[in-house]
Design a protein around this ligand. Structure first.
Ligand code: ZN
Length: 308
């Protein structure tokens, strides 16, 4: 059987502050793609997921297939990832959160990281989703621990509640709300420029990057459908791919999958690990998360995942 694996990236950037390990440097991105191409074929997500459907007889000579996806629509996807993808002829799918396009405020998690960055004492008393959270941490790892604790709780909330909590955190830390300049999100024009490349397919990722799991069907359908429609209007072609924000086991539920199906998406990616086989639901595709690995580490990972 041909091995088929979907990889997930976020940012292709060199950023010394990368507390969520979302960045792969441009040099390493290129090295990773070259490593993949030594033992697999880099293909478009659509052809990877549709050929897996056919269940044809295995061809022992056929090469493994790998598809690239990048989540969240960071500007470096256009500025750094695209030139490398074009140089190597690598197709990629970029999932865009429409409500953040052109926003200089950027994503809430990037602002949270900047708020906490480098502090060796953090003293917070915030209300998060109706619960009071007291954070009192000192020492070298204070900002790291606070980031994990706050991110885990904040991501459960609606975007307005997250913004309110962030404002409280900034106030209690006595600092103005930072702008994550290095983690800039694409403008609408930049999404159009990216969409023009024949190697790029734009996918939807909701309007507000809300954690869908556990929310009402109508609310889920609305943010999924609107992101699709807004992108189709923007780039002028059908948007048939979706990725669940956060993507893990609690990030989506059967209502999310039904909403995605009803909107007419052909594929939807999770962040649950694994390879793509005939047995996978096309609206619950597994992906492998790639970190800032050098070529040797990438090779080891591809083998460990049994991707090649
Ligand atoms: Zn995302």
């Amino acid at each position: 059987m041909i091995r088929r694996t979907i990889l997930m990236y976020h940012r292709v950037a060199e950023d010394p502050r990368d507390p969520y390990s979302l960045c792969v440097s441009p040099d390493r991105f290129e090295a990773q793609l070259r490593t993949i191409m030594e033992s697999a074929e880099l293909v478009d997500l659509h052809s990877l997921s549709s050929t897996a459907d056919q269940g044809r007889r295995p061809d022992r000579r056929a090469r493994a297939q790998v598809a690239l996806t990048l989540d969240d629509g960071y500007a470096d996807n256009l500025l750094a990832a695209l030139p490398i993808a074009e140089m190597l002829g690598a197709p990629m799918t970029v999932y865009v959160t429409t409500g953040y396009l052109g926003s200089s405020a950027g994503y809430w998690w990037d602002r949270l990281a900047l708020l906490l960055d480098g502090r060796d004492r953090i003293d917070l008393d915030v209300e998060i989703g109706g619960d009071r959270l007291r954070v009192l941490l000192t020492g070298e790892a204070a900002s790291e621990y606070a980031l994990v604790a706050l991110h885990t709780r904040l991501r459960q909330l609606a975007v307005t509640e997250i913004e309110a909590a962030l404002a409280t955190i900034a106030e209690q830390l006595a600092t103005p709300m930072p702008e994550p300049l290095s983690a800039r999100v694409m403008s609408r024009d930049e999404v159009c420029a990216l969409a023009k490349s024949p190697l790029v397919t734009i996918g939807a990722h909701t309007v507000d990057h809300v954690l869908l799991g556990g929310r009402g069907f109508a609310e889920q359908l609305e943010t999924i459908r609107r992101s699709k429609e807004e992108l189709e209007t923007l780039i002028g072609c059908p948007v048939l791919r979706f990725a669940y924000p956060y993507g893990d086991g609690e990030a989506f539920d059967p209502a999310s999958v039904e909403a995605v199906r009803r909107c007419g998406f052909e594929t939807a990616c999770t962040t649950l690990g694994g390879r793509v086989t005939r047995l996978n639901d096309r609206l619950r595709l597994p992906r492998r998360v790639v970190r800032n690995w050098h070529a040797g580490e990438m090779q080891d990972q591809l083998r460990a995942w049994r991707a090649v």
